[in-house]
Design a protein around this ligand. Structure first.
Ligand SMILES: Cc1cc2nc3c(=O)[nH]c(=O)nc-3n(C[C@H](O)[C@H](O)[C@H](O)COP(=O)(O)O)c2cc1C
Length: 178
């Protein structure tokens, strides 16, 4: 549930620094450099051992990660544009190269090195990914205003029912229309 501008706030990736992480073969983070921790808003210790999907942004189409995993599992390098989620709800864009780490010819881990993305590329890929999600997942993002009174009611209801506020909105916007 979004009731703050910070969810739409972008953090720019510094031009002269690389965001680096490694994962085990299941995608759990085994190494994160300080740049990665800073840009994602976590501490390095918070990232270690967590699935890499900790930074997965809801705007990213499922098919992109399917393609990523299929590519690296075949021993090839995957390259692509990724919008990632920060701990505070904001986001950052990266161009990522993901590939295997080998020891004595044996695949032991995966690694990813990421660099900044230009404004034009960000626009292009936001549009592409929106279109992909519309086609593949039959969803499109909606940003809407509701009154603060209704927002407070929603929060109260969610708390009482121990569910996410987002789930109630989903019900109103999707299921109740059926
Ligand atoms: C080395 C490596 C780096 C990855 N980096 C990211 C990343 O920066 N952001 C991201 O959303 N997924 C990243 N992934 C993919 C995630 O493992 C995961 O597939 C993705 O977040 C989608 O989550 P899901 O598979 O739970 O749907 C990376 C995977 C590997 C192996």
């Amino acid at each position: 549930m979004i009731c703050s501008y910070r969810y739409f706030e972008e953090t720019e990736v510094p031009k002269d620094e690389l965001i680096i992480s490694r994962t085990d073969l299941n995608g759990n983070i085994t190494y994160a450099n300080e740049v990665f921790a800073n840009i994602s808003g976590y501490k390095v210790e918070e990232l270690l051992g967590k699935p890499h999907s900790i930074v997965r942004h809801p705007d990213m189409p499922k098919s992109i990660f399917k393609e990523l995993w299929e590519t690296i599992e075949q021993g090839k390098m995957w390259k692509g544009y990724v919008k990632n989620l920060r701990k505070d709800g904001g986001y950052y864009w990266v161009y990522a190269e993901v590939s295997g780490v080998y020891k004595d010819d044996e695949l032991i881990e995966y690694k990813s090195i990421r660099t900044p993305v230009s404004k034009e590329e960000k626009r292009l890929y936001q549009d592409r990914y929106d279109a992909l999600r519309q086609k593949e997942e039959k969803v499109c993002r909606v940003v809407a205003d509701i009154s603060v009174d209704n927002y407070e009611k929603l929060k109260k209801l969610a708390k009482e029912e121990s569910i996410e506020e987002r789930e109630i909105l989903n019900y109103i916007l999707n299921d109740s229309l059926l």
